[in-house]
Design a protein around this ligand. Structure first.
Ligand SMILES: [Zn+2]
Length: 148
């Protein structure tokens, strides 16, 4: 599912892959509305965030696999302090740490859409929501979360 207007204020830095391209498949996947997670071809282990080497077996043979955009809130925080000048008049907003059962419960950070004052429960089911910025230079997409 895609979001409507941007969750956070305009003026934040545009997320791009590192110069070495490590996370490039992740960002390209988001642009296509797909959530990709690294998986080791040697031991089948999942991992997040992106790395050049498998944490389990030290193989360099890693793949990017699309996973269902469904997860559970593992932890969360309501952010009041503006961590960037563009957020000066924005707060609060809710950041969630989401575990993905489809990928051996690797955990991803994201924003929780909806009322920034909403009650948040550990373990609540969430679904990914893609926020496309097609007119940005370069274009990018963010993966947010909403209660399922
Ligand atoms: Zn491995």
């Amino acid at each position: 599912m895609a979001t409507g207007k941007p969750y956070l204020s305009p003026g934040l830095p545009i997320p791009v892959a590192e110069p070495d391209g490590l996370s490039q498949p992740y960002w390209e996947g988001l642009r296509q509305g797909r959530l990709l997670v690294q998986r080791c071809k040697a031991c089948q282990g999942w991992q997040w965030g992106p790395e050049w080497i498998c944490h389990r077996c030290r193989s360099f043979d890693l793949d990017w696999v699309e996973v269902a955009g469904k997860g559970r809130i593992y932890s969360w925080e309501r952010v009041w302090h503006p961590v960037h000048p563009a957020l000066k008049d924005h707060g609060p907003y809710v950041v969630v740490l989401v575990e993905l059962p489809a990928a051996d419960n690797v955990r991803m950070i994201g924003n929780l859409l909806g009322d920034p004052h909403q009650a948040v429960s550990i373990g609540a089911s969430v679904a990914v929501a893609f926020e496309h910025h097609a007119d940005a230079d370069p274009p990018f997409t963010l993966a947010h979360w909403r209660l399922a």
